[in-house]
Ligand binder design. Sequence first.
Ligand code: NAI
Length: 343
Amino acid sequence: MKIAFFDAKPYDLPAFKAEGEKNGLEFIFYDTKLNIDTVALAAGCKAVCVFVNDTVDSSVIDRLCDLGVKIVALRCAGYNNVDLEHCFKKLHVVHVPAYSPYAVAEHAMALLLTSIRRIHKAYIRTKDFNFSLSGLTGFDLHGKTAGIIGTGRIGRVFIDICRGFGMNVIAYDKFPAEGAGIDYVSLDELLERSDVISLHCPLTEETHHLIDSSAIDRLKTGAVIINTSRGALIDAEALLEGIKKRKVGAACLDVYEEESDVFFRDFSGHIMSDDTLARLISMPNVIVTSHQAFLTEEALENIAETTVANILDLNENGYCENELCYRCGKVEDCKKGRSGRCF
Ligand code: NAI
């Protein structure tokens, strides 16, 4: 079976090549992202393998069907870039629900510590033999309140990490986990009480711009915001204003609303056309990484293994437990959830 692999990066290749060879699948790797202009590359393939910034909208879905493609295999957890409802009765959509929640949660803490202890500044200074400590004063995490939005796999690992640092943890989730020993509060209370807020919920219509100007107004002055989930959870313009007003103490961003045109590529030596991103990056209290929270050896191996298993399951058994429920488009609150399709 041939599979068109879009947005291929050098770090994807070893694990996917090895898994493909082991299981008789031929991956055809394309650097380009999947969109209406590139979809023709999937001709002759039974499946396409896509990542977070590929476009799987209604026009791409219809074209994939015309080409005879049957499966969209997301090699990531999030699926906000796929029009699931349009896939109904047309394409099977599978994803990798979990590959290493530790990778993402540990990256969130790495960003937080880097930012509040000014490691990014200290690193550059000592490289230049500048051993001054001026301006490097941080604050203890111990005793501070961490507000976690979304207490799924990654959110819970991050909660454990925060507790290890002696932080008080409060959380908000649309679907609270009963009996999980988590202190749930309303979103407004979380915004008002937290010293550090970390986003671990999916991007949906409801969570789009969850952190907007009114949410930022509610924050404690100096609160730190961490986003390792999806860029559009935060209104980037509002965040920038919050930083300029000194309301937001620091922002740690592994994702950005308009990342698809920028992230994963080398723009050094070019003029950055996204003014908001350029301004955010220019701030001393903003750290941006380019959607790298997942990028560990363990995660890459798990992603390749599960993606190949998903494709084989659908091809051989017509059923895959990681198939997304594309009739209602909601994995979490669908009646049948992950155990099957809701149709
Ligand atoms: P998960 O599905 O285990 O947990 C998501 C949680 O969000 C659930 O508890 C769910 O009830 C909650 N939720 C759903 N709607 C909500 C709402 N409206 N308000 C508040 N909470 C809501 O997902 P997991 O594995 O923990 O991943 C979380 C997110 O992390 C993914 O959606 C994905 O966007 C992002 N991610 C980012 C990566 C990166 O490299 N930066 C890698 C992997 C995931």
